[in-house]
Design a protein around this ligand. Structure first.
Ligand SMILES: Nc1nc2c(ncn2[C@@H]2O[C@H](COP(=O)(O)OP(=O)(O)OP(=O)(O)O)[C@@H](O)[C@H]2O)c(=O)[nH]1
Ligand SMILES: [Mg+2]
Length: 342
């Protein structure tokens, strides 16, 4: 059977059995969006989500190198750490991660070129490892497409049996932040000397970061970067989780074990406090809002090419109609439509 024409059920079954081509096809469907993506969603959302780690930060800060290292460490399993003993990662792994998927997301680029090609090369040491699945996702035309596609892709990976998904996003703009924060644990990567260049985005970063990573710790300025972040955290409203600031040298792997242990601690914190469920629900609400928005925009697009639209424009030009009444006629207010949820 050619999996190109295979129904989503068959593709997902094959993907869960380790068929990477089937998994890649499912993700391509999700990336394209539309009705087929909806059919895949019906299956993907029936399974609980995988644990998701988001990594964001300025271009070139070392996210891919860090992801590469994290994947290596994660394959050893979740470190055993208890709240009473948060500093140490037990070398005996409690819960080996038998599969890891990496989604490299580039909202700034409509093509899977440049930076992502570089990522592929950096991830090559894992390329032949059957337990690691790497995929890049770029914007395919429609605005907001990635914000819809990435969470669905994560769910597809989960439904295919992948317990851990790392989502790397390039950049620190609004879209990147939205994509990155669609994770259970969000890492914000900065480098020594980051402060001046990212002044404007500091507040936004603070909002999404569960952990700060000062990467390129081998470069001068580590101390200042850490102090800068700690001061910023001091000024923010106290919460039950204060994002720790970790230092890594991704190119050598230094600090990555500690980073992984900190991710595990954050996960334990979320699970034990019940925050994980609350946050996931909030993200689902956000996702549903996005899907609704996309539908409305689709309707608007369809309306604006219909004959009735041109008629309305003519009437507005004649002075017999105004844009607001025209809009109401073309798209009746929600209250007057039949409510699909009742
Ligand atoms: N000195 C030093 N260089 C590093 C470190 N980590 C990464 N690099 C180098 O920094 C450059 C960028 O690393 P990437 O991992 O591609 O950074 P990135 O954040 O994924 O980059 P984009 O995806 O393009 O935004 C590469 O040349 C890395 O080898 C580090 O800890 N120390
Ligand atoms: Mg990268």
């Amino acid at each position: 059977m050619s999996s190109r024409s295979a129904p989503p059920e068959a593709l997902l079954e094959a993907a869960a059995g380790g068929d990477r081509v089937a998994l890649a096809r499912l993700l391509s469907i999700v990336e394209r969006g539309g009705k087929e993506a909806g059919d895949v969603a019906r299956l993907a959302y029936a399974t609980p989500p995988p644990y998701t780690v988001g990594i964001t930060g300025a271009p070139g800060s070392g996210k891919s190198t860090l992801t590469n290292q994290l994947v290596r460490v994660a394959r050893g399993g979740w470190p055993r750490s208890t709240p009473a003993d948060p500093g140490t990662a037990d070398p005996v792994t409690a819960d080996p991660v038998d599969q890891v998927a990496v989604l490299a997301v580039d909202p700034s680029s409509p093509f899977s070129g440049g930076a992502i090609l570089g990522d592929r090369i950096r991830m090559q040491e894992h390329a032949t490892d059957p337990s690691i699945f790497i995929r890049s996702m770029a914007t395919r035309g429609h605005l907001g497409g990635l914000a819809l596609a990435v969470p669905e892709a994560v769910r597809v990976l989960g439904a295919a049996g992948v317990p851990l998904v790392v989502v790397e996003t390039v950049g620190v703009g609004q879209m990147e932040v939205e994509v990155a924060s669609a994770a259970d644990t969000t890492l914000v990567v900065v480098t020594p000397g980051w402060g001046d260049s990212m002044q404007a985005s500091k507040a936004g970063l603070l909002e999404i970061a569960d952990l700060f990573v000062v990467n390129k710790a081998d470069r001068p300025g580590l101390h200042d970067a850490r102090r800068d972040l700690e001061q910023m955290l001091d000024l923010s409203a106290p919460a039950d989780w204060r994002p720790p600031v970790l230092a890594t040298t991704a190119s050598s792997g230094e600090g990555v074990d500690e980073l992984w242990a900190a991710i595990a601690r954050h996960r334990s914190h979320l699970e034990e406090s019940g925050t994980l469920g609350v946050r996931r629900k909030a993200r689902l609400a956000q996702e549903l809002r996005r899907v609704l928005t996309a539908r409305v925009l689709e309707e608007v697009r369809a309306l604006s090419v219909a004959g009735r639209f041109d008629d309305a424009v003519r009437s507005i030009a004649d002075g017999t109609l105004d844009p607001y009444r025209a809009a109401e006629e073309l798209l009746p207010p929600v209250a007057t439509r039949s409510d699909p949820l009742t």
